[in-house]
Design a protein around this ligand. Sequence first.
Ligand code: 5GP
Ligand code: MN
Length: 318
Amino acid sequence: MKIPKEIVSVLKKEKVFLIATHISPDGDALGSALALSSALESAGKEVYVYNKDSVPPFYRFLPGYKKVISSLKRTLSKDPVLILLDCNSPDRAALEDYSFRKSIVIDHHETENDFGDIRWVVPAVAATGLMVFYLLKAIGAALNGDIARNLYTAIAVDTGTFRYSNTSAEVLKAGAELIEAGADPAAIAECLFERWEKNRFELLVMTLNNLEIKNDVAMMHITKKMFEKTDTTAEDTENFSNLPRTIRSVKISALFRELGNGAWKASLRSKGNVNVAKIAELFGGGGHKNAAGFRIEGSLNAAKRKLLLAAGKTGTDR
Ligand code: 5GP
Ligand code: MN
């Protein structure tokens, strides 16, 4: 993979960095940010890792997760270079109200924007963690156990633990190297998939119970009441939208989560060539071909109807 030379030289030359990732961070966002921060720190740099949202409890096994700050109060006065990871527009990271002397964007999302002085956005790459893996090689950073654990998790999460169509020989080679450097696949898989709190599982059961399927589009929803009843929060819903894809006939799976004030967050998943990023873009959102999202105002029924209409127009049969 070709690494932009400008990124390597900025990482070598500059001293203070702010690494930011998208709101509702996932394993790729967090793992990439923590790995890059730890490599830069080893090179003597001052590094801050920012996310507007706190690290979900089930990602608190990632080495260095305590570094993640959700306030920029003390950081901005240091005039850091911004490194935006796993998203490519400042609003996705809740940074739209700030400006930076220099900004680098490292991302693999299909939905693009023109933000950033140096943009390295490659939708064909399986995970931002894989880009960081190559970047660390380019700057001559050693892969220690903590970096390996973070990057392995990042790549595992975005490839559906090496099941999705973005799983290639290249991905598995990187995975193998990360295992050699100290990542333990079984331990990481256990942290990712077998450590749910009971109430999270209760929320899942409740959500699966309202599943409806129309025109090969599976739809589920989570109301604020359901969160209250199970004492859970939005971060507990990660991966819920994947599950209806298990059904052979389902081509798109959507989860609507109530945000309050009549707004909903839709989380979309699809199979094969059905492009949900294109559907999400129709609503002002975006993402990847097989995983995307958007925000929509109005009633739940209207939101579902609009999605079905958009899915019909974009075509679920390609
Ligand atoms: P999730 O459904 O897991 O929240 O998101 C799936 C993918 O779509 C992620 O890669 C996420 O970054 C992206 N995504 C989700 N919501 C939005 C959105 O509102 N705008 C954009 N541009 N991307 C989104
Ligand atoms: Mn990603």
